[in-house]
Design a protein around this ligand. Structure first.
Ligand SMILES: [Zn+2]
Length: 139
């Protein structure tokens, strides 16, 4: 497994190298954390810094970690930081999981233009035909 690893100390949230055995920040024993890389990434969605959450959202998309979809949906709906919400929407677009269609639709029709644009773009990535006008649905 040769991910382009990004790892965090789960005690102080400092970024550490995958080969570090001890956190250079708080000296926590990193070898005690037996979770998988994916589990650590998911856990890091709770990182206190918005910039870090943005990055984790992106990584989850890049690594196609599908079981993160429910967490990304919560972030897209509720994160206090707009950029994190946007990153979550983009990641949902990258993952292209059907579970996220409803939320992407809702946000794409919402009042927040910044988020609506991101949601529309993500919707477009996994259902390119759906871009045509809704008015065409008459039979
Ligand atoms: Zn630490």
């Amino acid at each position: 497994m040769s991910y382009d690893m990004i790892a965090y100390c789960t005690r102080c949230w400092r970024e550490v190298k995958s080969e570090d055995k001890v956190c250079p920040g708080c000296e926590a024993d990193l070898t005690l954390d037996h979770r998988t890389y994916e589990e650590k990434l998911l856990g890091a969605l709770a990182h206190p810094l918005p910039e870090a959450r943005v990055r984790i959202c992106w990584l989850i998309g890049e690594n196609q970690i599908r079981h993160a979809v429910p967490d990304l949906i919560s972030l897209a709906e509720e994160d206090p930081d707009l950029f994190v919400r946007k990153a979550a929407l983009e990641s949902l677009g990258t993952l292209g999981d059907p579970r996220s269609v409803a939320i992407l639709r809702t946000i794409s029709l919402g009042e927040n233009r910044f988020l609506a644009e991101a949601a529309k773009k993500s919707l477009g990535t996994f259902m390119p035909q759906a871009k045509s006008s809704v008015r065409e649905t008459h039979s």
